[in-house]
Write a new protein. Structure first.
Length: 150
């Protein structure tokens, strides 16, 4: 549960911001709300679905939401911040691959929980999430330019 929670919203964010999966992409891309506002709405819609699922999974496995939520939000914020420059879909895929290679696979191979997911790591996650989320509004112009390339 802890190994998958940080990257749980990434597929949804990637799909929600992909013109390949959105039948009304052209209409959305040409509206004044395209860009940051649309990315934030799509991300919020994904989080509204994913976070309750993480809560239910956490309760059923005995995992604290305090251990699950900060990494989940950090990866979501990182996807938006990085997505402004390389595309949201590419950012989500890249971060998911990086998490799998750097944390998921080593944790499964050694059968120990990574230090980045230990109870004391929440301060690190919050300290990472806040600056990433704060940079997202500054990337609004980049998100607008990437509309055609995502």
């Amino acid at each position: 549960m802890l190994l998958l929670a940080p990257v749980a919203p990434l597929p949804g964010v990637a799909v929600a911001w992909s013109r390949r999966t959105d039948p009304v992409w052209e209409l959305i891309a040409t509206t004044p709300a395209a860009g940051l506002a649309m990315v934030l709405r799509c991300t919020l819609a994904v989080l509204v679905v994913v976070l309750p699922a993480l809560v239910v999974a956490g309760v059923s496995t005995g995992t604290s939401l305090a251990l699950v939520l900060p990494p989940c939000l950090a990866f979501t914020a990182a996807t938006l911040a990085l997505g402004a420059f390389i595309g949201v879909r590419r950012a989500a895929i890249g971060l998911g691959v990086a998490w799998s290679a750097g944390v998921l696979l080593p944790s499964v191979a050694t059968q120990t929980l990574s230090p980045v997911l230990q109870p004391g790591s929440n301060a690190l996650w919050v300290a990472t999430t806040v600056p990433l989320a704060a940079t997202t509004p500054f990337a609004a112009t980049h998100l607008r330019r990437l509309i055609g390339g995502n």
